[in-house]
Design a protein around this ligand. Structure first.
Ligand SMILES: O=C(O)C(=O)C[C@@H](O)CO
Ligand SMILES: [Mg+2]
Length: 390
């Protein structure tokens, strides 16, 4: 069985957007003096879809969310030609070929994102060829179902935040993630506003549900160090990406303070990147995203590494590629789930492009033993709202 073609498309959302409130979440660009577009580094209104087809007409689907137009160009110009005529079951060989032949520029960022999309498509293809879901190819079920946490709760007026938190409790979630809206430039008043947000959510969800807090790299080491003791009272499960992804020592030092567990890795790439984070004891929770980190071939190795270090993996974003790995690994206790709603920052775009994602039932997700591959299909329901770039 040989690979016959590799097709990439970018789906750019042109439909209705409901912008979140101001200060909905900090981000790495906040410290810049130019105000600009505060949603700039947050908007994911385009998605890359990569389809790998074999001679028998079977098509594997992969995807990537970062910089989709550029990732498309990387696949079209560099990776697709390496795949034609190859056996899709040679995933390790093909991964190493893509990684090593573009090693000068692909170890992180765009290159690794492109490799991820192709690799996910190859795993989907293998699953379809043998009639098994990907988690079965990865070793099978390690849990009856997947516990998941509701992830939104952007900074917004307190009453709206409380109502949203209550809605997740009512739906049966026992874990939620909220976002901090203020950072270093907002001084002590911003610190108080952040504390009001976390106090409100903790008050609504009570003491027995997990509460995670997201900074999306919008704080500095010094600011985070000042916030940690103030956060201790809220018993948060983790503080996510308090500093930029390159500040590994910052993560290590914050974690060493022992006040609040520290998570990260959403913006790290590759097995080697995670080895560094683990060796430096930088994180309490690892949050790779399969569609950034090198696909399923790389993510499963990171799971093995995390298992050896006994550090839990809770992948960034819901989405099928992450769910299959979570189902198949004892290193992963739960998954993230983005509630389905209007397009805001774009986290929710997956639901408008694909069909087949499981919906939580009482805070748990289920994967079907009988749906081969990822279990995803392209949906044409919202096609009219996309600009599709071939
Ligand atoms: O869900 C996360 O962990 C993210 O970082 C998503 C991002 O859009 C921030 O809300
Ligand atoms: Mg995050």
């Amino acid at each position: 069985m040989k690979i016959k073609s590799v097709r990439t498309r970018v789906f750019e959302w042109q439909g209705k957007v409901t912008p979140p409130a101001a200060n909905f979440c900090t981000n790495a660009a906040d410290i810049l003096y130019e105000r600009g577009d505060s949603m700039g580094s947050f908007r994911f209104h385009g998605w890359l879809v990569c389809e790998v087809e074999t001679e028998d007409g079977t098509i594997g689907i992969g995807n990537a969310a970062l910089a989709p137009r550029v990732v498309k160009a990387a696949i079209d110009h560099y990776y697709a030609p390496m795949l034609i005529g190859e056996d899709p079951f040679d995933t390790e060989y093909l991964w190493q070929k893509m990684y090593r032949k573009t090693h000068a520029w692909s170890r992180k960022g765009i290159g690794m994102t492109a490799i991820s999309a192709v690799d996910i498509a190859l795993w989907d293809l293998m699953g379809k060829e043998v009639g098994k879901p990907i988690f079965k190819l990865l070793g099978g079920r390690t849990k009856e179902r997947i516990r998941c946490y509701a992830s939104k709760l952007y900074g917004q007026p307190i009453e709206a935040l409380r109502a949203e938190a209550q809605s997740y409790v009512d739906q049966g979630f026992d874990a939620v993630k909220m976002r901090f809206g203020w950072g270093p430039k907002d001084g002590p008043a911003g610190m108080r506003k952040n504390l009001e947000l976390v106090a409100a959510v903790r008050d609504v969800i009570g003491p027995d549900r997990d509460l995670m807090c997201e900074c999306y790299m919008g704080w500095t080491f010094e600011y985070a160090k000042r916030m940690l003791p103030k956060l201790e009272a809220y018993d948060i499960r983790w503080l996510e990406e308090p500093v930029i992804a390159d500040d590994i020592e910052g993560y290590t030092e914050l974690r060493k303070l022992g006040r609040v567990p520290i998570s990260g890795g959403e913006h790290e790439f590759s097995l080697a990147g995670f080895q560094q984070l683990l060796d430096r004891r930088a994180l309490d929770v690892i949050q790779y995203d399969t569609n950034r980190v090198g696909g399923i071939s790389a993510a499963r190795k990171i799971n093995a590494l995390a298992e050896a270090y006994q550090i839990p993996v809770v992948p960034h974003a819901g989405q099928m590629h992450n769910y299959h790995l979570t189902m198949a690994s004892t290193a992963s206790p739960m998954a993230e789930f983005f509630p389905v709603h209007d397009v805001e920052v774009g986290n929710e775009l997956f639901y408008y492009i694909f069909k087949g994602e499981p919906q939580p039932d009482n805070g748990f997700l289920q994967l079907d033993d009988n749906r081969p591959g990822l279990g995803l299909e392209l949906s044409d329901e919202h096609l009219g709202s996309f600009n599709v770039i071939e």
